[in-house]
Design a protein around this ligand. Sequence first.
Ligand code: FPP
Ligand code: MG
Length: 294
Amino acid sequence: MITDWHEYRLINGAIGNLIDGLDESDMKRVVRHVFDSGGKRIRPIVLILCSELFGGDADECVDAALAIELIHSASLIHDDILDMGITRRGVPSVHKQFGQAAAILCGDFLISKSIELISKYDRAVIQDFGRAGMSMAEGEAADIGSRENSFSEENYLGCIDKKTASLFAASACMGSRIGGAPPHSVSRCAEFGMHLGMAYQIVDDILEYRELQHEKKSVNTSTTLPQILSAASSAEDALNRSIREVQYHVDESRKVISSFGESDVRDKLLKIVDYMTIDLIEDVEIPSRFEVAV
Ligand code: FPP
Ligand code: MG
């Protein structure tokens, strides 16, 4: 179980310390709501593992891992404002629970804290981090635009690359840099993270299309790959093609990781790939099981 891994305990401990260290205030209550609601902590775990892959020490990258989780959380808080999200992780979204001002400010607070945390690392790590944030904002803008403009498969793939895959890529890349990986391996790790992020977002969108997202609900929804593909073919075909796209990115991400030497860390990264992709759609994977929706 991933929750038994020391990387998971390390990031959860860092989140707990962050919250405990805050002054009693409205901000602390909102931050607590965000992190008490759960979350898989996959991005920071990927960062720590990619450092360990090259002999890095987990304790040395925990601040970077925390920065990644904070910026991810901030992006979801802001996304819920933009999407009019009602619930996330089975609880009311931050703006529903505390109001829009508190939600915007909590996002601001988490982004600012993440900058403080990342500032102690090398310039290349800080750049990866800043660029990922910029990509996420661009991707979110494209996502919002997708509701009004025509949105092709290519537009969709570009959008999720920026809004989701960029942070996975940055996590893997930053971890490998902190662990002392040579430049070629840093690029390979970024590639791994990108494919993992692409596969994960398509899986998330397949689950939404099949109305299997029970933990989150929003008024505005994104334009997803199965939706785009179903405009020109049956829902069954659209789902099959979407799953093939997932499989492509899963295979590519596995290929990168498998090219590194055998180790427990490598096996953990391979496990994460399955956990975030194939495992989540195992119940909807067999095409013949789909009733054709219209
Ligand atoms: C979820 O998409 C949203 C994202 C992956 C990115 C959100 C990014 C921003 C709001 C830009 C802010 C950037 C920073 C750096 C804080 P979704 O709506 O498809 O997923 P969901 O179903 O989980 O809501
Ligand atoms: Mg959303």
